[in-house]
Design a protein around this ligand. Structure first.
Ligand SMILES: *Cc1c(COP(=O)(O)O)cnc(C)c1O
Length: 395
């Protein structure tokens, strides 16, 4: 079927590739061509494709029970919530199916907290230029990217946007209606921009001083991507609320809102819900992902691989100063700002059977599975070198 005949709504510019199976960092097309997947379904396939422990977890659960309503206790949900809380600042968890829903849940929880504490006027959330929180109407309003809001009617109210990553700029936006601050510790879609540990610490201090909440969107940078389980751990501060998704499901749709007891306990029966959220299949897989990522030596290895990869990329940047402008991000959340169109670099890499992803700010995003091998990193470097040579030759 040609693209023009497809019954898929044309919301994506898709590469002409059809993958039918995967194994670790590798994807295979229907014609048997193999690609090294350094996009990981955009930071989703934490452990690569077809990881045996995830397959086992999904299969075992699929034979027991697929779905029950949240009208009942769900043991797999309790187990994953216990693990997430043991591993983080959080006391309470609400499960969703996606990152946008997790971001929405985070926004609702931040407002409800103030309403439940006698300050219903505190509804405004401060977001940042270049942010991304998903494609629902409130998540779009929270990020404020005009290109994504255009044509979709009135923009949800209750958000302001800070143009700079400076504490003075944030402070200027705070008034008696402010509920909190919403930020990705490492911006993903916006261009793999690490907001910095100092800035996160300053935000925490500011929120404490003003009596407002700090919400982290770790949908992309969480679950080991930066070499710590959560990216904010690098700064040594904790949020009041956090949204996760992508990496926690390892390929199974799963998201979550994590909160302190103070924030989450304002979300009383009837205030929020989701039919599928916390589905037993999703939570069984989520627990298996978390068990691996928290396993002995796993995150240390992510950090080591990241150092090795980044050393090589820094050299590549030096040698290809006409193609790349800088190397950014943290851990295995890697960005290379391009001097030529980033999508041309993504396409040139695809021609070398290496999959990467574009991001805002003309950035090439490189997100290998966290269990990537050094040999696979070497192959990716070789593909990058080849692609750069061809781009330079104008091939
Ligand atoms: C991808 C992403 C989202 C949205 O997740 P979906 O699962 O696509 O809804 C939200 N926040 C961040 C930081 C993301 O990277």
């Amino acid at each position: 079927m040609s693209a023009g005949d497809s019954h898929i709504m044309p919301t994506y510019n898709r590469a002409d590739l059809r993958f039918v199976r995967g194994d670790g960092a590798w994807l295979e097309t229907e014609t048997g061509e193999k690609y090294l997947d350094f996009g990981s379904g955009v930071a989703v396939n934490t452990l690569g494709h077809a990881h045996p422990k995830l397959n086992d977890a999904l299969q075992a659960q699929s034979e027991k029970l697929w779905h029950v309503s949240n009208l009942y206790h769900i043991p797999e949900q309790e187990k994953l919530a216990d693990s997430l809380c043991a591993a983080s600042f959080a006391d309470l968890v609400f499960f969703s199916n996606s990152g946008a829903e997790a971001a929405e849940g985070m926004i609702k929880a931040m407002r409800k907290y103030h309403a439940a504490h006698g300050a219903p006027e505190k509804v405004m959330l401060i977001g940042f230029d270049g942010a991304f929180h998903g494609r629902t109407l409130a998540a779009l309003a929270a990020a404020g990217n005009p290109a994504y809001l255009d044509g979709f009617g009135p923009v949800a109210q209750g958000f302001v946007h800070c143009p700079d990553l400076t504490i003075e700029a944030v402070e200027e936006l705070i008034d008696e209606t402010t509920a909190g601050i919403l930020i990705e510790p490492v911006q993903g879609e916006g261009g793999v921009r690490d907001v910095g540990t100092e800035f996160l610490r300053a935000l925490r201090a500011l929120c404490d001083e003003k009596g407002i909440l700090l919400g982290f969107d770790e949908v992309q940078c969480g679950i080991g991507r930066t070499g710590k389980l959560f990216a904010h751990e690098w700064a040594g501060v904790t949020p009041d609320v956090m949204a996760i998704a992508k990496g926690i499901g390892g390929g199974f749709p799963l998201g979550a809102v994590l909160t302190t007891k103070a924030v989450g306990s304002a979300m009383q029966p009837g205030t929020h819900g989701s039919t599928y959220g916390g589905n037993p299949l999703a939570c069984a897989v989520g627990s298996a992902v978390l068990q691996e990522v928290e396993g002995a030596g796993f995150l240390a290895q992510v950090q080591n691989r990241a150092v090795y990869f980044r050393q090589n990329l820094a050299r590549l940047l030096d040698e290809n100063g006409d193609i790349f402008a800088d190397l950014r991000g943290r851990g295995l959340m890697i960005g290379m700002q391009c001097k030529i169109t980033n999508n041309d670099v993504v396409a040139a890499l695809r021609d070398e059977n290496l999959l990467t992803v574009g991001a805002g700010d003309n950035v090439l995003r490189i997100l290998p599975p966290l269990n990537v091998t050094q040999e696979e990193i070497d192959m990716a470097i070789a593909a990058l070198e080849k692609a750069c040579a061809k781009l330079r030759a104008g091939a």
